[in-house]
Design a protein around this ligand. Structure first.
Ligand SMILES: Cc1ncc(COP(=O)(O)O)c(C=O)c1O
Length: 365
C-alpha cells in the first residue's frame, strides 16, 4: 500500500501525477496572515478543517494561535481527534442514535462542541450523553440569511433554555454562517450582507442573554467575510477555511491570501492541435468552474473525462509541451478537489518536503 510514495527531496517535476502540490511557504504565510489580522481585530480564530481535512494543518493553525478547529462531519472529528486535536467544533447537526453514540464516545476523549437546531436532536443528545455519563458541548445554529440550516433568534431562545435545562449538555453559545455573503465580489455589497447577517446573530445572542443565559461563543464567517464580521462587536470568533490554500474562485474575491494549491499532471499524449494530461474529474473538481492552467497562460482546458484532460492552445501558436512534461492547474474549488486525493505534496524551494495525509478525505459519515 502506498509504497509508490516519493522520497523527501524529490524535485517537484519528478513527482508522479496527478497530485496536489502545496507551496508550504505560501500556506504557512496564509495561516499567519489570518491569525495576525484576527489578533488585531481582537477576535479568535477557529479555522474550518473541512478545507484541508488533516490533523497536520490543524496543528499548524493551532500553533499559530487558533483556539481549536471546526469540522463538518463526525468522521472528520474522529480523524482529527486521532491525529491529536483536542478542541473541535462540529458545525453541523449530528442526527440519529448511532451517530450520537459515536459522538458521545468521542466526547470522552476530546473537547467537542456540536451544532443543534431542533428539540428532538437536543433531547436525544441529552439522553444518550446522560446514559454514558458524559457532558456534551452544544452551540445553537442560527439562520443568518443563507437559508441552509439554523433557526430564528426567537426559536434560539427556546432551544438555549432546553439545553440549559439538561444536566448532560453544556450551552456554549451560537453560530451563524453567512455563506450567501462570503464570495460576493463587490466589496460594498459583501459588507452590507455580512452586517445584516451579523445583526441577526447578535439579536439572537441578546435575546438569549435577556433570559439570564450566558452566551460565550458567537461564532461566524468565512474567508471572504471575517474581516467585516471581526469588526462587529459581539462576534467572538471566525471559522475561515479556504484561506489556508485559496482557490481560483476565492482569488476573485480578495487578495490578502495567496494561492498555495495546484493540481500537477503529466502530458501523456500529443497531437497537432492538443495535448492530453493525466488528470480528470477524479482528481480535480469542476463544481465552481473549469480550472485554469497556470504553468502556461496560453493553454486552456478543452474538456475533462474521468482520467484525461484535453488541453488546447488559446492562440494559433503550436503547443510546445512534450510528452512527459508537467502542467499545473489552479482548481476553482479547493475543498472538493482536496477531497479527491489521499495526500498533499508539500513543496519548498522546488523540492518535496512533506507528504501530508488527507486523512479526512471521504469521511462523510
Ligand atoms: C459552517 C461553515 N463555517 C465556515 C465556513 C467557511 O469557509 P470558507 O472560509 O471556506 O468560506 C464554511 C464553508 O463552507 C461553513 O460551512
Amino acid at each position: 500500500m502506498n509504497n509508490y510514495l516519493p522520497e523527501k527531496g524529490t524535485p517537484v517535476n519528478e513527482l508522479d501525477t496527478p497530485c496536489i502540490i502545496i507551496d508550504l511557504d505560501i500556506a504557512e504565510k496564509n495561516i499567519a496572515t489570518l491569525q495576525n489580522n484576527a489578533n488585531e481585530l481582537g477576535i479568535d480564530v477557529r479555522p474550518h478543517a473541512k478545507t484541508h481535512k488533516s490533523p497536520y494543518w490543524a496543528k499548524k493553525q493551532i500553533a499559530a494561535g487558533a483556539i481549536g478547529v471546526c469540522c463538518a462531519k463526525l468522521a472528520e472529528a474522529e480523524v482529527l481527534t486521532e491525529g491529536g486535536i483536542d478542541n473541535i467544533l462540529i458545525t453541523n447537526q449530528i442526527i440519529g442514535e448511532t451517530k450520537i453514540t459515536r459522538l458521545v464516545k468521542l466526547a470522552k476523549k476530546t473537547n467537542i462542541i456540536v451544532a443543534v437546531e431542533s428539540e428532538k436532536n437536543i433531547n436525544q443528545l441529552s439522553e444518550i450523553a446522560k446514559n454514558n455519563s458524559v457532558k456534551i458541548g452544544v452551540i445553537v445554529e442560527i439562520n443568518v440569511g443563507m437559508n441552509r440550516c439554523g433557526v430564528s433568534p426567537e426559536k434560539s431562545v427556546i432551544l438555549a433554555q432546553e439545553i440549559e435545562n439538561s444536566k448532560s449538555l453544556n450551552f456554549h453559545g451560537i453560530m451563524g454562517y453567512e455563506g450567501h455573503a462570503v464570495a460576493v465580489r463587490d466589496h460594498e455589497s459583501r459588507v452590507l450582507e455580512t452586517q445584516k447577517a451579523m445583526s441577526v446573530l447578535n439579536d439572537s445572542a441578546d435575546k438569549i442573554r435577556s433570559m439570564g443565559i450566558n452566551v460565550g461563543l458567537v461564532s461566524a464567517s468565512g474567508t471572504g467575510t471575517y474581516s467585516i464580521s471581526g469588526k462587529i462587536p459581539g462576534i467572538t470568533e471566525v471559522q475561515c477555511g479556504s484561506y489556508i490554500f485559496m482557490d481560483g474562485d476565492y482569488l476573485n474575491v480578495l487578495d490578502e491570501f495567496k494561492s498555495a494549491l495546484t493540481v500537477m499532471s503529466t502530458v501523456i499524449s500529443k497531437s497537432e492541435d492538443r495535448v492530453v494530461a493525466d488528470f480528470g474529474l477524479k482528481s480535480i473538481s469542476v463544481d465552481r468552474g473549469i480550472a485554469e492552467i497556470i504553468s502556461n497562460e496560453k493553454l486552456q482546458i478543452k474538456k475533462h473525462s474521468e482520467e484525461h484532460t484535453v488541453i488546447e492552445s488559446e492562440s494559433q501558436e503550436k503547443i510546445s509541451l512534450e510528452i512527459g512534461d508537467k502542467i499545473f492547474a489552479l482548481p476553482m474549488h479547493g475543498d472538493t478537489t482536496i477531497n479527491l486525493h489521499e495526500n498533499f505534496y508539500g513543496i519548498r524551494k522546488g523540492k518535496l518536503e512533506e507528504v501530508i495525509p488527507i486523512s479526512g478525505r471521504g469521511k462523510f459519515l
